[in-house]
Ligand binder design. Structure first.
Ligand code: FES
Ligand code: FES
Length: 512
């Protein structure tokens, strides 16, 4: 109702009707509620407040705090999180680490790695406690440089600033004309069309799925041989929060689903743009094309599972899973070769959701992690606390250590620093995603290749409370600015794997 009938754009849909991501959080009589599972009849006679409607001073303070700490990247999750935390402050709640961690349990953010959001809460609360400590968003900061740094890290044009925190980054589903028809996948390879998302979903006639309790499985057998190091992984969901969306006028160009984020490569070949163009031409009207969360899980590409073995001499085999409907994995093969030339790549057909070489650092990160672990094994530097250095093909270098108590230290050199706040934020986000990959993330897939984990909470994204402290030291060197977060991603994964004692299967904390 908020989005479709009242035109509110700050409340986002990242998972409805699952009620699990927090992107749609608003206040009902001053208390945070996820709108997507709150029927309008239940709030009859009560006051519903969205980010647009909160006290301007309160909003400004929180928005500035998020900008000043790099606590928002794509910005899709952010309005809901601001509503949660600003609501806590307004009701006189303490904004300490524990309280903020508990409050954030209702939310998911894929980009920031949470630590910058904790920092934003400290800054916002500090500014509330002493008004002379006003936030100073924008002052002394070059907005264009910040946007260029974000674009470099995110892989698509991006903006940085108050409008992003307020949910105004220009997401495709926020800019569609109100009279557009809506199309959603019909579950049989086509599209169901209606006047609204609800009508289109009714026409599709699909019943929502749920979490599974099935353990993740490892679709590839390990290669035969006498290996010093082995690793098997499973399907991993890119798990970007902004669902695939596009719209198009008849005869026009479809709007990109990558308005303010690269989706970690998961939307590079999204079907929504071509569908929007075709359906708009067919119907002679603007058409919005929307995926729901389950559509993204079923149709969107995953990080391909691997099974690898590395011999003591640094040679070995890495198997990669190829599934029906996947794109060409040639780039994946080449990327492994760049990172660890001693590995022979074998592609194996298995049942499962589509996989892609477009996913964040796919192939290269796997090769870099195996190489770093093999080097550490060869020199006896295994266990927690040993720093791992990884250099990316772009020329960035990251050194990461994961201590026995879980704390993460990062030293990053990525050429000239255009905006340190943005670069740090992406580095922390990469740490979060890498820890998730090693420890918790994976999708349960059955023997026929059907994904069983259909809700966003089942992907294994590390929640705020479980995210360790991350210290980032950024070195400003004289070269051109380069993407640094992929090097951080691979170095963190290797350091976390070493810290855990190099178990042969990821995710370490799930599965068999
Ligand atoms: S869209 Fe409502 S909780 Fe995700
Ligand atoms: S900033 Fe949180 S999901 Fe992108």
């Amino acid at each position: 109702m908020l989005r479709e009938q009242l035109g509110v754009r700050s409340a986002k849909d990242g998972c409805s009707p699952q009620g699990q991501c927090g992107c749609c959080t608003v206040w009902v009589d001053g208390s945070p509620r996820v709108a997507c599972v709150t029927p309008a009849r239940r709030v009859a006679g009560r006051q519903v407040t969205t980010l647009e409607g909160i006290d301007p001073d309160l909003r400004r303070r929180w928005v500035d705090a998020f900008v000043d700490t790099g606590a928002s990247q794509c910005g899709f999750c952010t309005p809901g999180i601001v509503m949660r935390l600003a609501g806590m402050e307004r009701r006189g709640g303490r904004l300490g680490e524990d309280e903020v961690g508990r409050a954030l349990a209702a939310h998911l953010c894929r980009c920031t790695g949470w630590r910058t959001i904790y920092a934003a809460a400290v800054v916002a609360a500090g500014a509330a406690a002493s008004p002379e400590l006003r936030c100073r968003s924008g002052r002394g900061r070059d907005g264009d440089a910040a946007a260029r740094q974000a674009a470099l890290e995110g892989g698509t044009p991006q903006s940085v600033g108050a409008q992003v925190v307020e949910g105004g980054a220009g997401f495709a589903d926020d800019t569609a004309p109100p009279d557009a028809l809506v199309a959603v996948p019909d579950g049989a390879g086509g599209w169901a069309v209606g006047d609204s998302p609800a009508a289109a979903r009714r026409a599709a006639g699909r019943v929502p799925g749920r979490n599974s309790t099935v353990s993740v499985r490892y679709p590839l057998e390990p290669p035969d041989g006498d290996f010093a190091l082995g690793l098997r992984t499973t399907f991993v969901e890119p798990a970007y929060l902004e669902l695939d969306a596009s719209w198009c006028e008849p005869g026009g160009e479809p709007v990109s689903p990558l308005a303010n984020g690269g989706a970690f490569g998961g939307k590079c070949h999204s079907a929504v743009t071509a569908a929007a163009r075709r359906l708009a031409d067919e119907h002679g009207r603007p058409v919005r094309v929307l995926y729901g969360r389950e559509d993204v899980v079923r149709l969107g590409p995953k990080r391909p599972p691997i099974a690898a073995g590395v011999r003591a001499d640094g040679t070995g085999v890495i198997r990669v899973a190829r599934t029906p409907g996947s794109g060409d994995l040639e780039a994946w093969h080449l990327a492994v070769g760049d990172a660890f030339p001693g590995l022979a790549v074998e592609e194996h057909e298995v049942a499962g959701p589509p996989v892609s070489a477009d996913i964040r650092a796919a192939g290269w990160a796997e090769g870099a992690v195996l190489r770093a672990a093999w080097e550490a094994l060869s020199s006896g530097r295994t266990g927690a606390g040993h720093p791992v250095t990884v250099a990316s093909p772009e020329g960035a270098s990251a050194t990461v250590a994961v201590d026995a108590d879980g704390a993460v230290g990062v030293r990053l050199s990525a050429g000239a620093v255009l905006d340190e706040i943005v670069l740090r934020s992406y580095a922390v986000g990469a740490v979060h995603q890498a820890l998730g990959w090693v420890r918790r993330e994976g999708l349960a897939v059955d023997d026929e290749g059907e994904v069983l984990d259909l809700t966003i909470r089942s992907f294994g994204i590390i929640p705020a409370r479980d995210m360790p402290p991350v210290e980032v030291v950024v070195e400003d060197d004289a070269g051109p600015a380069r993407r640094g977060s992929d090097a951080v991603f691979a170095a963190t994964a290797a350091a976390a794997w070493l810290a855990a004692g190099l178990p042969a299967r990821w995710p370490i904390e799930r599965g068999g």
